[in-house]
Design a protein around this ligand. Structure first.
Ligand code: MN
Ligand code: MN
Length: 460
């Protein structure tokens, strides 16, 4: 019976039972580099900037449309400083398709409103408008830092990153003390903290003069000294408040990583590192770091934008290939995080079909909600190809879907890639506390997602 069981049953193993000491060392080194990247990449703009720096170190050069392409060429193109495409030209023509990996580098956060600054009872605040799916109560009473860019009236721009360094001030959204929160505590978690209540405390010391706006005046004069800002300049600014926690190891065994923005910079770094490491691939490899996934992949820098098609069309034209011919033969790993089974909240999961921490990269055949609505649902053929590849390359992986049927759901860039007639499947790192200001992933799963992306570039 035991023999028959092991022959017929599908059984998963914890990744630690499958990897050796050498691979554990590789995993540690990989994760140390990822932690540095994540710590320094608090916004999509910073992620793109840091990715370009890493790519240039590895010999990638800016792509100029019309360039003659030859195998092994390493190219990148930025889309408005907020998204990035990288390519390594393969030995075969783009008529045979490309291997694409796409992740996103935007993350849930608190954007400042365009007229954000106000004073109330001698305290100064910035009003925010949240971006992406957040549980609002998680964003109060934690240290926040301010990042972004301001376009000044004269057309020049100022970059701001305030609170990242140890000695720099942070900001905070206050909450009610429990002693006076009897009414608040009766509200639902969705109502207890409101969108209009997410106002950032940024100052309290008044300007030495008279008036009901002395604190605001003092704050603005500091901003003016530091960055040359006036109140009107916020109108043409993209400033965001993000958690000010440093990325760190979690657990006595240091097996986990805590930090802000794992979704989806953990997969973005995996596919980035993979395309930097791929050597002389057969088919051309393309890596996407997209923006705006958290609000539906909209806008010029999201995956619904024609910017990606333009990049690919330019590459194809250099080889006399029609874009549609390239797309129909291409394959895409939509590298996005998935929910990890959380033993503290088992009621939302169907355990057999949920990703588990340390069981490797999670492959998602479909996303969506209810009856797979809004999902691109990868074919059995594509799952089969991936299954063979990952088994051959000793990638620790698992099949997953997002929670119980009818419990909820979500989407990724997958359906927008599939719409282009590209065979697409989701694969990424399982995350605990996804979309919280401080998310948790397992080192082993991070490393296996890198290995999955590298295997795909080399042989999918
Ligand atoms: Mn994501
Ligand atoms: Mn997300």
């Amino acid at each position: 019976m035991d023999e028959l069981r092991s022959k017929l049953f599908y059984e998963q193993k914890n990744g630690y039972d499958l990897i050796g000491t050498d691979e554990r060392i590789d995993c540690e080194n990989y994760c140390a580099a990822y932690m540095r990247f994540l710590n320094a990449s608090r916004t999509e703009r910073e992620a793109v900037k840091n990715a370009v720096a890493l790519a240039e170190d590895e010999g990638f050069v800016p792509y100029v449309p019309g360039m003659a392409l030859h195998p092994g060429m390493k190219l990148y193109q930025k889309n408005r400083d907020k998204a990035l495409f990288l390519a390594v030209i393969g030995k075969r023509s783009l008529a045979e398709g490309a291997v694409i990996a796409g992740a996103h580098v935007d993350a849930p956060r608190l954007d400042l409103k365009q007229v954000p600054l106000y004073e109330s009872d001698e305290l100064c605040y910035l009003r925010t408008h949240y971006y992406g799916g957040i549980k609002k109560y998680q964003w109060v009473t934690i240290p926040l830092e301010l990042h972004g860019v301001v376009m000044l009236r004269d057309g020049s721009s100022v970059e701001i990153a305030l609170g990242r360094e140890k000695d720099e001030p942070k900001f905070v959204i206050t909450d009610l003390l429990p002693h006076l929160a009897a009414d608040q505590m009766k509200k639902t978690m969705a109502e207890g903290i409101t969108g209009e209540g997410l106002n950032l405390l940024i100052g309290s010391a008044p300007y030495a003069d008279e008036g009901g706006d002395r604190v605001k005046l003092a704050v603005l004069s500091l901003l003016n000294d530091l960055y040359g800002l006036t109140e009107e300049d916020f109108i043409s600014a993209e400033l965001v408040a993000v958690p000010a926690f440093d990325v760190c190891e979690i657990g006595l065994d240091r097996s986990l990583i805590g930090g802000y923005g794992h979704d989806d910079r953990v997969c973005a770094f995996a596919e980035l590192r993979a395309i930097l490491d791929v050597e002389a691939p057969e088919r051309s490899c393309v890596c996407i770091l997209a923006d705006k996934e958290e609000i539906g992949s909209e806008g010029v820098s999201g995956m619904q934008s024609a910017a990606f098609d333009t990049f690919m069309k330019d590459l194809c034209e250099s080889q006399g290939v029609a874009l549609r011919r390239c797309y129909e033969k291409s394959v895409c790993l939509s590298a996005d995080v998935t929910a990890a089974f959380d033993p503290l909240y088992p009621e939302v999961s169907e355990k057999r079909n949920e990703a588990r921490i340390n069981y490797g990269v999670g492959v998602c055949k479909f996303t969506g909600v209810k009856g797979k609505i809004q999902s691109s649902d990868a074919s059995a053929e594509l799952v089969g190809r991936l299954r063979r590849l990952f088994t051959d390359k000793k990638v620790v992986w698992q099949m997953t879907e997002l929670g119980k049927v009818d419990q909820g759901g979500g989407g990724t860039i997958a359906k927008f890639m599939a719409k282009r007639n590209i065979d697409t499947i989701d694969a990424g790192v399982p995350v605990l506390s996804m979309h919280a200001p401080f998310e948790v992933v397992a080192k082993l799963d991070c490393y296996m997602t890198y290995k999955a992306a590298l295997s795909a570039f080399e042989a999918l």
